[in-house]
Design a protein around this ligand. Structure first.
Ligand SMILES: NC(=O)c1ccc[n+]([C@@H]2O[C@H](COP(=O)([O-])OP(=O)(O)OC[C@H]3O[C@@H](n4cnc5c(N)ncnc54)[C@H](O)[C@@H]3O)[C@@H](O)[C@H]2O)c1
Length: 292
């Protein structure tokens, strides 16, 4: 266990994942600095955190649990500082990065964070498929870089896939597990490999499900019904894809295709077509299914 007290968390990227990561740390009593590129995105993130807290309140009431009062909601929101300045995370003792699943976007952020942040600060990489060792390689602190593959929706999922990069130290892995425990989550620690465990399997499944629709074997509703009705899954693979975001799915499967140079990861053309058409899944209101 590290002897550094962690109070301020930097959260980079305020999209689907980053906004909820900020929320769960603020709910656990940490001060959070949430960074994204525009005020519009940050306003949306603020609304989405508020919505998620209201939802938890409803869920708690329905389950007979005492719902957090409105004042507690305001307090959680007041612990999050929304900013477009990356430099504002300089004070953070622990950073969770959740920007777009694109190495060209993530890379310069790590180079800058490495210069901005205190030497002891650990960087947790929330990525679907990008190797953690590659991230460590662009910083001067590869021992303090660890993968934290949070599950979506972050506030409801108790488990996180923790990835140990080539240089990640035992102390950093322990800090990561301690931080997860502080937000009521557990980590499963695995070795570094593109897609890790979860997405190496999940992305292939989603991609193959997309091919079935692309080839006219079944429509999206039929594919999902088979997984729910026959296998007892709570969501079908294409509903899961819509929840994750089809742009993130496409970038992930492209990443696996490039990393392994293996044709089994060839991205389904239908995924690219839906992304080109702006059908990104739940976040845009339409994907394989319609949500509005
Ligand atoms: N969506 C999921 O279900 C899921 C699950 C686990 C992990 N992830 C991973 O989490 C990461 C984020 O995914 P997401 O679904 O939240 O994506 P998203 O597209 O919803 O959000 C990404 C955010 O990053 C912001 N961003 C881009 N460049 C930036 C920069 N230079 N500085 C600050 N912010 C910047 C964008 O404006 C956007 O708001 C990805 O690496 C993804 O693979 C996603």
């Amino acid at each position: 266990m590290s002897d550094i007290t962690i109070q301020t968390i930097g959260v980079i990227g305020a999209g689907v994942m980053g906004s909820e990561v900020a929320q769960v740390f603020a709910q656990a009593g940490f001060d959070v600095v949430l960074v994204d590129t525009t005020d519009e995105v940050l306003d949306k993130a603020r609304q989405s955190v508020d919505r998620s807290l209201r939802f938890q309140r409803m869920l708690g009431a329905r389950r007979g649990l005492a719902p957090p009062p409105a004042a507690a909601r305001a307090e959680v929101l007041s612990r999050i500082r929304f900013t477009t300045e990356l430099a504002d995370v300089a004070e953070a003792d622990f950073v969770v990065e959740n920007v777009t699943e694109d190495w060209d976007v993530k890379r310069p952020i790590y180079v800058e964070l490495d210069q901005l942040c205190k030497p002891h600060t650990v960087f947790a990489v929330n990525t679907s498929c990008i190797p953690i060792t590659r991230v460590g390689g662009v910083t001067q602190r590869p021992d303090k870089i660890v993968g934290a593959h949070f599950m979506n929706p972050v506030s409801l999922k108790p488990m996180v896939e923790v990835i140990r990069g080539y240089h990640t130290s035992d102390e950093t892995v322990q800090t990561m597990l301690d931080m997860l425990a502080a937000i009521g989550k557990e980590g499963v620690v695995v070795a570094d490999s593109p897609g890790f465990v979860s997405n190496r399997v999940l992305m292939l499944t989603v991609n193959e499900a997309a091919y079935l629709v692309h080839e006219g074997v079944a429509d999206a509703t039929q594919v999902d019904r088979i997984f729910k009705g026959c296998f007892g899954h709570t969501m079908g693979p294409l509903e899961t894809a819509d929840l994750i975001g089809l742009d993130t799915i496409l970038l992930s499967i492209q990443g696996l295709f490039e990393s392994f140079a293996d044709s089994k990861y060839r991205p389904c053309p239908l995924l690219a077509r839906l992304v080109d058409a702006g059908r990104l899944g739940r976040k845009s209101g339409h994907g394989f299914h319609d949500y509005e």
